[in-house]
Design a protein around this ligand. Structure first.
Ligand SMILES: CC(C)(COP(=O)(O)OP(=O)(O)OC[C@H]1O[C@@H](n2cnc3c(N)ncnc32)[C@H](O)[C@@H]1OP(=O)(O)O)[C@@H](O)C(=O)NCCC(=O)NCCS
Length: 326
């Protein structure tokens, strides 16, 4: 009998400060940058994003999302035996945000906790690792979180990038089960594209070396994302012996509505089958998929027994997909 990893609870959290495109445009105008709600909506589908207060960290956002996922799962925090946090904006260089989260959750159980760094693919990477740990018998209940304070690494003098991202967190609790849960996974990376999406800075000798803000070649990222997402979707479906017709919901990384529309079109899915939160959250990197999943579950769109394809793509270049029976 196969041992599956089933999602038994989801949760998410957005920091309270919400900026519409007009709010952000007004702030950027003070820096002499011109943008508009019309430009941002037309190119990206984004209408608003949330920014965390300066003293709020990824582990703070992760804590709120995790508490909701744990409550939805109907378990206690100490029932968890592994924590994986996907983030590119950790609280510190070390220790991991996952270890800090374990402490904030008040866990007495000293389960392993570590971070995964795969930028916007981080959540599908973390979910895949958790699935493997459950299938192997090494873990029984895993808390998987995507959490980001991307506002900290944005260049607010670069209007092409700073309008795209936001802060937030999403979490799931996975449990070992004989009932189907995660059906198939697929991960990839191609480090030759490191330059098209990166934060090239580093801490060394007590100083920041290089530029610690996000750099992006938007058009190169766009083209690559559309192509790899389609390949990852097909490979994952094939592994599970399924076709695009079996997908009830597509929950892609929420970066840009045009990338999502193109992905759906290639899979012959109508946009009615795509959970969309990019309009309200912007691109929250590793948090975007679990935020959208939790939104889908709590809004009643995504139901138990349905087949959901989660897809991530981002810096590295990294990409991947997870096909899951809810
Ligand atoms: C970033 C992105 C929206 C830019 O759209 P684009 O159509 O490629 O736009 P360009 O960069 O070619 O810029 C077009 C024009 O808009 C201007 N512009 C850029 N940002 C602007 C903004 N926020 N407001 C108004 N004008 C803007 C540019 O200066 C340029 O003006 P010009 O023609 O006078 O030179 C688009 O490339 C994209 O979505 N890429 C994918 C990004 C992504 O999803 N990244 C995360 C992946 S995980």
């Amino acid at each position: 009998m196969r041992r599956y990893a089933r999602i038994i609870g989801t949760g998410s959290y957005l920091p309270p400060r919400r900026l519409t495109n007009n709010d952000l445009a007004a702030e950027l105008a003070q820096r002499g940058l011109e943008t508009s709600d019309e430009w941002i909506v037309e190119r990206t589908g984004i209408r608003a994003r949330h920014f965390a207060a300066p003293d709020v960290t990824s582990s703070d956002l992760a804590l709120e999302a995790s508490k909701k996922a744990i409550e939805a799962a109907g378990i206690a925090a100490d029932d968890i035996d592994l924590i994986i946090v996907a983030t590119s904006t950790p609280d510190m260089v070390f220790p991991s945000t996952a270890a800090i989260l374990q402490h904030k959750l008040g866990m007495a159980n000293h389960c392993p906790a570590f971070d995964v760094q795969a930028v916007c693919s981080g959540f599908v990477y973390a979910l895949t690792v958790a699935d493997s740990m459950i299938q192997s018998g090494a873990a029984k209940r895993v808390l998987v979180v995507g959490s980001e304070v991307f506002s900290r690494i944005l260049d607010f003098n670069d209007r092409t990038t700073c309008v795209l991202f936001g802060d937030g967190a999403g979490a799931v609790v996975l449990e070992a089960s004989e009932e189907p849960g995660i059906l198939a996974t697929e991960l990839h990376a191609d480090g030759s594209h490191v330059g098209i999406l990166c934060v090239p800075g580093n801490v060394s000798g007590g100083q920041i070396l290089g530029d610690p803000v996000l750099k992006m070649d938007g058009q190169a990222v766009f083209k690559l994302a559309v192509s790899v997402l389609d390949k990852a979707a097909r490979a994952t479906l094939e592994k599970a012996g399924m076709t695009d017709a079996d997908i009830d919901w597509l929950i892609p990384h929420q970066a840009n509505i045009r990338i999502m529309q193109s992905t759906a079109r290639k899979l012959k899915l109508s946009m009615d089958k795509v959970v969309v939160t990019v309009d309200q959250h912007g691109n929250t990197s590793a948090a975007s998929i679990p935020l959208a999943l939790d939104h889908g579950v709590r809004s009643g769109q995504v139901k138990k027994g349905q087949t959901v394809l989660l897809e991530g793509v981002g810096g590295g270049f990294t990409w991947g997909a997870v096909l899951v029976k809810m």
